[in-house]
Design a protein around this ligand. Structure first.
Ligand code: ARG
Length: 269
C-alpha cells in the first residue's frame, strides 16, 4: 500500500465513523422528539395511610386498601386531575415520610392540630370526630375523669394519647401506648388495660363488629371536636390547592354525601 492509499484508507475510515455517529445521533434525537410531542405522563402521587383504622382505612382480604378516607381521596383525585396510589404506612413515623419525600400526601383520619401545623400543611377539614372511651360493660366509668386511676390504652402519638397524657401525666406508667388502635382494643379485651381512648368512629365501629368483646362506650362533653385533614409536606401549596379544590367540588356536587352514606349509613350534616 502506498502512502497515498494509506491516507485515503484512513480518511475513508474516518468518514465512515463520522457518518455512523451522525446516523446514530439522528436516531437518538428522534426518540425524545416523538416523546415530547405526547403530553408528559403525570406522576402517580403516593398517598400514605395507616390501614388499620376501620372504617376509615383498612386492608381487605385481597390486601387492597379500602375505606371512607380512600373513597374520599379517590373522588378528590378525580376532580383534581391527579393520579394516586395508596401505600400502607405505619402511624409511627407516618409524618416523617412527607419530609423524606416518600409520600406525596397522607390520609389517615389525621386530626388537624396546632402542633402538627408547625411541621406540615393541611387541607380544609373533611370530617368531624371526637375522642370516645371504651371500657368493659361492667366497669363503673361514667366520665373521662374516672380514668385517672386506671390503666389506659391509646395508639401511640394520636390525639387520644394526647388527651390521656393530660389527665394522667404524659409519663404516667398507667398509659399503655400501642402501635395501632386495634391492638389497644385487643388489650382491653384481654384485661391488660381497663379503658381505651380513641377516635369515636373507630371505637364505635369496633364495638358494632365485636359484640363478643363485652365493651361499652362512654362519651365526655369535655372532649373537643376534632377535624380530619389531608396532610402535605410543609410548603407544598400547589398540591394543597388541588386537594382543596377537589374537596370543595365533591362537597358541592353530592359525591361527599354519597360516600359518607355508604360508610356511615346517613347523609352528613
Ligand atoms: N385522629 C387521631 C389523630 O390524628 C388518630 C388517627 C389515627 N389514624 C390511623 N389511621 N391510625 O391523632
Amino acid at each position: 500500500m502506498t502512502i497515498i492509499h494509506r491516507r485515503f484508507a484512513r480518511a475513508a475510515a474516518g468518514l465512515a465513523a463520522v457518518l455512523a455517529l451522525a446516523g446514530c445521533g439522528k436516531q437518538e434525537a428522534a426518540a425524545p422528539a416523538a416523546a415530547s410531542a405526547a403530553p408528559p405522563a403525570a406522576r402517580v402521587l403516593v398517598v400514605g395511610t395507616d390501614a388499620a383504622y376501620t372504617p376509615f382505612e383498612s386492608q381487605n382480604e385481597k390486601g387492597e386498601i379500602v375505606g371512607f378516607d380512600i373513597d374520599i381521596v379517590n373522588a378528590v383525585a378525580k376532580k383534581a386531575g391527579i393520579e394516586v396510589k395508596f401505600v400502607n404506612t405505619p402511624w409511627e413515623g407516618i409524618f416523617n415520610t412527607l419530609d423524606q419525600g416518600d409520600r406525596d400526601f397522607l390520609v389517615s383520619a389525621i386530626t388537624i392540630t396546632p402542633e402538627r401545623r408547625q411541621t406540615m400543611d393541611f387541607s380544609q377539614p373533611y370530617f368531624d370526630a371526637r375522642q370516645l372511651i371504651a371500657i368493659k360493660s361492667d366497669a363503673s366509668v361514667t366520665r373521662f375523669e374516672d380514668l385517672k386511676t386506671l390503666k389506659v390504652g391509646v395508639q401511640n402519638g394520636t390525639t387520644g394519647d394526647e388527651v390521656v397524657g393530660k389527665l394522667l401525666g404524659k409519663s404516667s406508667a398507667n398509659i399503655k401506648r400501642f402501635e395501632s388502635t386495634p391492638l389497644a382494643l385487643k388489650e382491653l379485651e384481654a384485661g391488660g388495660v381497663q379503658a381505651v381512648v380513641a377516635d369515636n368512629g373507630v371505637v364505635a365501629h369496633y364495638l358494632a363488629n365485636n359484640a363478643g368483646a363485652g365493651f361499652k362506650t362512654v362519651s365526655d362533653a369535655g372532649f373537643a371536636t376534632e377535624q380530619y385533614g389531608l396532610a402535605v409536606k410543609k410548603g407544598n401549596a400547589e398540591l394543597l390547592a388541588k386537594l382543596d379544590k377537589g374537596l370543595a367540588e365533591i362537597k358541592a356536587d353530592g359525591s361527599y354525601d354519597r360516600i359518607y352514606a355508604a360508610h356511615f349509613g346517613a347523609a352528613s350534616k
